[in-house]
Design a binder for this molecule. Structure first.
Ligand code: GLN
Ligand code: ZN
Length: 765
């Protein structure tokens, strides 16, 4: 008989209880005991939920106080020196949180460890730091306690989750020169062996080793690291069996390595169904195969009949007793319970499944495969009906939208004139000085501004009152920008709660949840909007405020929109059509908005694409295919306008050095791009290759993520660095990103210094 398994459960809690508890603890509002009590409550609740769902292999040690990579660093004693000497003894919770968040009080000021995105998800992990003579040691009992507590909760066979040694090492970073990873590995593996041995003594049957780096391209050295690690682990006499868990892509290119590591292998058949046969071909005798068939990263019901085809095929080849049914990856990336959504469109809701519902799907798949159809008949009927309705629903399929897509021509993805000609016409219209100054769009979202929006939402104030107050804020911001001498002004984006939600709420094809939280990092959750159907605009979305702003000033006013790739990237998207089709629909919607803005007299329009890099496929061989549609979508959005209209774009959140050519191909007239944190390293690409960025560019000259006020000298210095790489006629002056998270106290002097620096450098060149 086949079995069912889960790989991990969301940690924040249905009502984000963990967010509240950990933030209260940081603010010293609750004690450590109270914090631990909340952790226990949540894990108990989640174990119960998984037992109720009938899951055979239930994970433990998947709950982390902040992050599982950080837990692993603590487990093996990898505490960077700046947090104190932890070569022996216990690593206390405050040190753990200091590693995640930094520590600043009267006596200490230590920075946090780096945080970065977990593969192509929106989850961020803490990056382990490695030094030359690092010695690992078993420094925590957390995993063992997790097993004990899971058993106490009634979980018969808890399967502890560990980040595997190869993933831990390869996703970490060396913080000094000449760090020898293979030497580190020797010491690290001893600790892992000790952990496995302890599990063995505790009678643990299976352990889940997460080795998602197996979906990446691995070079020989990295493969050897794997081989060496697991050869040693496998020798452990008393260890549990190892389920090697991979997800977010195919492992077909590393299949021989992947099947050699443990007694079980989990593969993601949602992202990469095509790998199944390769994996089946290579599986060792008696090796268990866990099939990730239920999407752990999206919100749609499973297509059971599709899944059953894979399941039955696998069961025929290796025998049902060697098959496990599971979500594609940890449910960490999925909201918890759809039942709690009281306001969703009732029809659309029937097409969806959150964490709890996904576990039911896993169970139903298992029962069906095992011939226990009678137990789950009702589910199968519901599922098939829902799927049929979704496939035929006019809420999803809109002929108008589809006809427009069919009518798309290559001309629509191209400005009619090359940049240099457009630029002349734009300059004639805008008469900008050399080194023009601008901002990225948002101005500080003060408490008053946020209260204004929430008062409107709750009905505490009328629409007229709201609009009047907003107009006042806009006028004030415009007067301020005029006063300090900025060249291209913005209205401040005060009407926007979030750059995706604001537009999504005005579009057909989008819905929003009340509790659909997923962890982004630590205590922070995001509630991504959901694209369920063909996307269409109901009417202009931003024209009202941009036009109002434009009418208040003689200076150029920039209109701000969120680009199609970012709209896609930061939403849950449809799984019934390829991502690039949804992106094209979004591109047409933004295009219409751009044209409407132009008609309303806005002659500078910025289409933000901060998330463009996040969409990059995990393997380099797939990058070009992505660029092709992503760039095309941007261009569709940008190309409906006259030559005289200046299109800007903005990017942040990442390194762009390896994709500058793709960015150039977007052909925006002006790009503002994050650069100041790396002190303009971004521009080194211009030095190191023959590559010349063809259009106007504003590498950010100050970091808005910090309250620090940069001096005029500092900014002037950065501008001069930039001028070594960018001709003066091409260079813009702007901050790294929008100012919405900043206060006015630091925004004012920073912008004033920025404008002064631009003037200074103008005079000097
Ligand atoms: N226009 C947006 C703003 O200024 C851009 C935000 C972003 O890049 N994330 O807030
Ligand atoms: Zn930004």
């Amino acid at each position: 008989m086949a079995q069912s398994a889960n790989l991990g459960f969301p940690r924040l809690g249905l009502k984000r209880e963990w967010k509240k508890a950990s933030e209260d603890y940081w603010k010293k509002k609750i004690s450590l005991d109270e914090l631990v009590q909340m952790a226990n409550e949540l894990t108990m609740r989640h174990w119960q939920l998984q037992m109720d769902a009938g899951i055979d292999y239930i994970p433990c040690n998947d709950f982390a106080f902040y992050d599982l990579m950080l837990d692993t660093a603590v487990l093996v004693g990898a505490v960077p020196e700046r947090y104190g000497d932890f070569s022996t003894g216990e690593i206390d919770i405050d040190t753990y949180f200091a590693m995640a968040r930094g520590r600043q009080d009267e006596t200490t000021d230590v920075i946090a460890m780096e945080m970065t995105k977990w593969f192509d998800t929106n989850y961020h992990y803490i990056v382990p730091e490695f030094t030359r003579d690092m010695q690992f040691r078993l420094a925590s009992n957390h995993p063992f306690n997790a097993v004990i507590r899971a058993r106490e909760a009634g979980v018969k066979n808890p399967r502890p989750v560990l980040i595997g040694p190869a993933t831990f090492l390869l996703l970490g970073k060396a913080v000094e020169e000449n760090v020898d990873f293979s030497a580190l590995l020797d010491s690290l593996i001893d600790v892992y062996a000790e952990v496995l041995n302890k599990f063995g003594e505790m009678g643990v049957d299976w352990v889940q080793m997460d080795e998602p780096v197996l979906v990446y391209d691995l070079d020989d050295e990295e493969k050897q690291l794997f081989e060496k690690a697991y050869a040693k682990l496998k020798n452990g006499a008393n260890r549990p069996r190892m389920m090697i868990a991979t997800y977010f892509g195919s492992i077909a290119h590393n299949v021989e390595l992947a099947v050699s590591l443990g007694e079980g292998l989990h593969v993601d058949l949602v992202r990469a169904p095509e790998q199944l046969d390769t994996v089946l071909d290579h599986l060792a005798d008696e090796q268990v195969l866990s099939l990730g068939l239920v999407d752990g990263r999206n919100v749609w019901r499973n297509n059971m009949d599709n899944s059953l085809v894979h399941l039955k095929h696998a069961a025929e080849v290796v025998g049902a007793e060697r098959v496990q049914v599971a979500p594609s990856c940890s449910l960490l990336h999925s909201p918890i319970d759809l039942k709690e959504e009281k306001k969703l469109h009732p029809m659309v809701k029937q097409w969806m499944a959150f964490g709890k519902q996904k576990l039911r799907e896993v169970h139903v798949l298992k029962e069906t495969l095992n011939g226990q159809v009678l137990h789950v008949q009702q589910d199968l009927v519901e599922m098939r009906t829902a799927l049929a309705m979704r496939e035929a629903s006019p809420l999803v399929h809109k002929p108008d939208v589809q006809n427009r897509l069919k009518a798309l021509t290559e001309d629509m993805a191209r400005r009619s004139t090359p940049f240099t000609d457009r630029h002349k016409k734009q300059q004639a219209k805008l008469s900008l000085p050399m080194l023009p100054t601008t901002t990225i769009g948002s101005f500080p979202q003060t408490r008053e501004i946020r209260r204004l929006r929430s008062d409107l939402r709750k009905g505490n104030i009328s629409t007229e009152e709201y609009e009047k107050k907003l107009e006042e804020a806009i006028i004030e911001t415009i007067r301020y920008q005029e006063e300090i001498g900025l060249d291209v002004l913005v209205h401040g984006e005060f009407e926007r709660n979030d750059m995706v939600e604001y537009f999504g709420q005005q579009l057909d094809g989008y819905i929003f949840t009340q509790n659909g939280w997923v962890q982004s990092y630590g205590s922070r959750g995001v509630k991504p909007p959901i694209i369920f159907g063909d996307v269409a605009r109901k009417g202009p979305m931003s024209v009202r405020w941009s036009k109002f702003a434009k009418d208040q000033t003689d200076k150029p006013m920039k209109g701000m929109l969120t680009g199609p790739v970012t709209m896609l990237q930061w939403s849950f998207v449809r799984d019934d059509q390829p991502r690039h089709i949804t992106a094209e629909q979004l591109a047409l919607v933004i295009r219409d908005e751009v044209v409407d803005l132009e008609r309303a007299g806005i002659d500078v329009i910025q289409i933000d694409e901060p998330a463009i890099r996040e969409g990059l496929p995990l393997r380099k061989q797939d990058w070009n295919a992505y660029f092709e549609w992503a760039i095309r979508c941007f261009r569709i959005a940008a190309s409906g306008v006259q030559d005289e209209t200046q299109i800007h774009t903005h990017m942040c959140y990442s390194e762009f050095n390896d994709m500058m050519e793709a960015i150039a191909a977007m052909d925006a007239d002006v790009i503002s791009i994050e650069a100041s944190r790396s002190r303009m390293e971004l521009l080194d690409v211009f030095d190191q290759s023959d590559f010349v960025y063809p259009n106007d560019i504003g590498p950010g000259v100050y970091d808005i993520h910090s309250p620090r006020v940069p001096s005029q000298d500092e900014i002037a210095g950065l501008l001069k660095v930039a001028l070594k790489h960018v001709p003066v006629e091409r260079l813009w002056v702007n901050p790294d990103c929008g100012l919405k998270t900043r206060g006015w106290e630091e925004t004012r002097p920073s912008l004033e210094n920025m404008v002064a620096a631009a003037k200074q450098v103008r005079n000097e060149v």
